[in-house]
Design a protein around this ligand. Sequence first.
Ligand code: ARG
Length: 469
Amino acid sequence: MASEKDTSPSGANSLWGGRFEAGPAEIMEKINASIDFDKILYGQDIQGSKAHCQMLIKQEIISAEDGEKILVGLDQVKEEIEAGNFTYDTALEDIHMHVESRLTEIIGDAAGRLHTARSRNDQVATDFKLWVRDASDQMDQALCGLQNALVTKAEQNAHVILPGFTHLQSAQPITFGHHLLAYFEMFTRDRDRLRDARERLNECPLGAAALAGTSFPIDRFQTAKSLNFRAPTANSLDSVSDRDFALEFLSVASICATHVSRLAEEIVIWSSAQFNFINLSDKFTTGSSIMPQKRNPDAAELCRAKAGRIIGALTSLLIVMKGLPLAYSKDMQEDKEATFDAANAFALCIAAMTGMVGDMTVNERAMKASTQNGFITATDLADWLVRVLGMPFRNAHHVTGSLVALAEKKGCDLDGLTLDEMQTVEAKITQDVFSVLTVESSVASRISFGGTAPEQVLAQVKAAKSRIK
Ligand code: ARG
């Protein structure tokens, strides 16, 4: 079993220890080993090895007989790992050496032929790319689910009015459906970025070998094709030293996590007793051990926080990569933990957010009541002065400001002023002005493309549904 240290009598590593007289210091073994985290790449590693082996057979670089043994042996290794019958040992450093070492135990010397025309450098780049490619596809699927939840809620709330804010001050009335669709747009861009990055990622490094390519007559187009890559990478040095694909994945995840954190923050605010715009379901909240009345939006808070962790992963890998000379350096082994962790945190976030959006109930009355202060239809009044009285907008803005001051003094909203009172500020104002001062008329009037009017929102919902891929 791989548990027995696969070392020469001197203690040197049997896979690369030919020129070594002694084994590594204990601390060296510890700092060098990546098996604790890269063992999750076993599927990709075996998939890549099988593709490489098939190509070696076809190119007659190894015999069909040895190749067949290798392929069968690799399947067995995979089965053992999946059955939990596999022993890991830090002396074998990483998943690549574990797989090869166990293969040797199973099939003997033929296993040694698998590493012909290959290095762990192109091997790890291939494995990691395969993993990131899968993770991108899963991320895309998860975001599609979140978009569906948003569109469904938006459709149900196309007519629900709440204050729209700038500077978190009441600005203009908007519809809740419109607000939710703003997030739909963000996640659409995130998914576009993902797809775009995936396209760039989709070139196969296998066959770049250690850094310079190989003298064996390999067929890199075949291995690329069998691993579903668009093409082989064009430069062997770049192939083994590139981690852009992980950086791009983390960049997309960071931007998207930032969007999630903004929605999470709004959910925290909306669900507070002071706002009371929404109620979160029991499924996504917790109680307090001391304050029985509490319903804490923990899932939203954690979604807000995970962005920090994901951005941290991006920052960490950028710093690892900066200044590294070509080609591979062991620094690059530090690419994995943060990426795995970020992908995990991301998946949790999106799943929790999808659940929260789907389950939240909307307090239409509280939303509407909250529009009844803050002179939220002041812009509509100014627009009326422009449209009906032909005033330049700047003057209309000034007149409206005076009317707001008057209402504030009187302690009412704009529609609480009488026509006489309004006319003390601007004599030409007529009764017709009151038709634009309600929040309903305000939102209904905002029919410009992409605007907040319920009919626009329903049109946007329809378009969104057809845009979700
Ligand atoms: N475990 C290594 C990594 O993750 C594999 C590549 C090792 N290559 C080498 N030349 N030591 O980067």
